[in-house]
Write a protein that binds this ligand. Structure first.
Ligand SMILES: [Zn+2]
Length: 433
């Protein structure tokens, strides 16, 4: 139930270049550096009937406000060629709240979050326009698609095993109440399985600086979820595949229900719950797999995949079900928090190269064994790719002793990645989700 996604926001001390013995496993020698991180903790809320009704009403009003604000911006531009900023709209909101009593009932911060959200939508739209994309213009949202509101002021939200929601009071909750750090913001989210509160905490964390490196190359795939360069394979859970039958039945039932009927509403909720379950299972798996890898290795090499374009091919369902993007994201932030690093290498030809002699070994996707004509090296296709990835990142052949000269280059790269991870707070530059 509890999800923690910490992100590094700044560091008090930049990691110094690592030196010392170059061994295969991390040894005890570690220094610490203190970093400020933002992390989010999630609580499941158990509101009573009145509280739930209030939350629902607020969310609908925020949604109404979002749509009106979008309309205002669009009209202002069409009629007067005027671009409204979020500050203009905040002034407008104040006057609106004075005129409309039901809008004034919603705590100001929650209402303001609707305007913030619209502003973000516009910023994303314009930045993508500038980048040469063809993005869609921000759209009106239906009440179904407007699911969260944020309270952006510092408060003590977590009190006595319940969550304090401004304007409502304490709501019974479940989650990990042992939290430390400054409580910054709270987001109330409505999902298919109920209400949730996601609280952002600002804490400082001791991040170890490793003096030695345990490296590993990972090849992600469909046959097995990931293969390590030591030949170990992480099984693909294929969460969606397993739930597909149930899901198909639920979909069929939903589409047969009469439009606007209670049965249809019920079927819709059931379907949404199923989708949420699948998402949770998939994410849980990614969290566990990445945690295990980060605990064992502090330098991880992966290939930079174009997940989005892969997801447009006929393998789409499998690619999406594997959730590589989320896995890589987990891997990067978990490694950054443990003082490790993730190196992304060029993905071109990783599966067409021989890890033993470096020759090109062409094979179709259906050929599952790597067999080099040059040197006769044989192993599983994904295993060979993982070895190539590792070599590209760290320049070492598994099993061979790496001298200080060969490792220099690798260490320079690691340092670079560490610095990159420190500099880019929210979206680690190496992730493409
Ligand atoms: Zn070979």
């Amino acid at each position: 139930m509890l999800v923690c996604i910490p992100t590094i926001v700044g560091s008090e001390q930049v990691l110094s270049p690592p030196d010392g013995p170059y061994t295969a496993r991390p040894t005890g020698g570690q220094a610490m550096s203190c970093q400020t991180i933002l992390r989010t903790v999630e609580f499941k809320l158990y509101p009573n009937k009145t509280q739930a009704a209030t939350l629902e009403a607020w969310l609908r009003r925020c949604c109404w406000l979002y749509n009106r604000a979008l309309e205002q911006r669009t009209k202002a531009y069409r009629r007067r060629r005027e671009s409204l900023s979020k500050y203009d709209q905040q002034v407008w909101l104040t006057s609106l709240r004075a005129r409309i009593p039901w809008l004034a009932e919603v705590p100001a911060w929650f209402a303001r979050s609707a305007l913030e959200r619209l502003d973000r939508a516009y910023k994303a739209f314009f930045s993508r326009c500038q980048a040469g994309d063809k993005p869609g213009y921000p759209r009106f949202k239906s009440a179904d698609r407007y699911r969260s509101m944020e309270f952006g002021e510092r408060r003590v939200f977590v009190r006595n095993r319940s969550i304090f929601v401004p304007g409502i009071g304490p709501i019974r909750a479940r989650g990990n109440f042992v939290i430390s750090g400054e409580q910054r913001t709270m987001r109330i989210i409505r999902r298919a399985t109920g209400w949730y509160a996601s609280i952002t905490l600002k804490t400082s964390k001791e991040i170890p600086q490793h003096l030695s490196f345990a490296e590993c190359g990972i090849d992600v795939g469909i046959e097995s979820f990931a293969t390590l360069d030591n030949g170990e394979a992480i099984q693909n859970p294929r969460v969606f595949r397993k739930a597909e039958k149930k899901m198909r039945a639920a979909h069929r039932h939903f589409s047969k229900c009469q439009y606007g009927s209670n049965r249809r509403e019920k079927a819709k909720r059931r379907l949404a719950r199923l989708h949420e379950q699948v998402q949770r299972q998939r994410r849980g798996f990614c969290h566990r797999a990445s945690r295990d890898l980060v605990n064992r290795f502090n330098c991880i090499a992966i290939e930079s995949l174009r997940i989005k374009s892969l997801a447009r091919t006929r393998l789409a369902k499998l690619v999406n079900d594997a959730a590589w993007g989320f896995f890589i994201y987990c891997l990067i932030y978990k490694a950054a928090n443990a003082g490790g690093s993730v190196v992304r290498v060029d993905s071109r030809g990783t599966s067409q190269t021989c890890p033993a002699c470096g020759a090109v070994a062409r094979k179709e996707l259906s050929e599952r064994t790597h067999c080099c004509k040059g040197c006769g090296f044989r192993c599983h296709r994904d295993h060979a790719a993982a070895m190539v990835i590792r070599q590209r990142a760290f320049g070492s052949v598994r099993g061979a002793i790496v001298g200080p000269v060969a490792s220099e280059q690798a260490e320079a790269m690691k340092r670079e990645v560490q610095q990159l991870l420190l500099r880019s707070p929210r979206t680690p530059s190496t992730v493409e989700l």
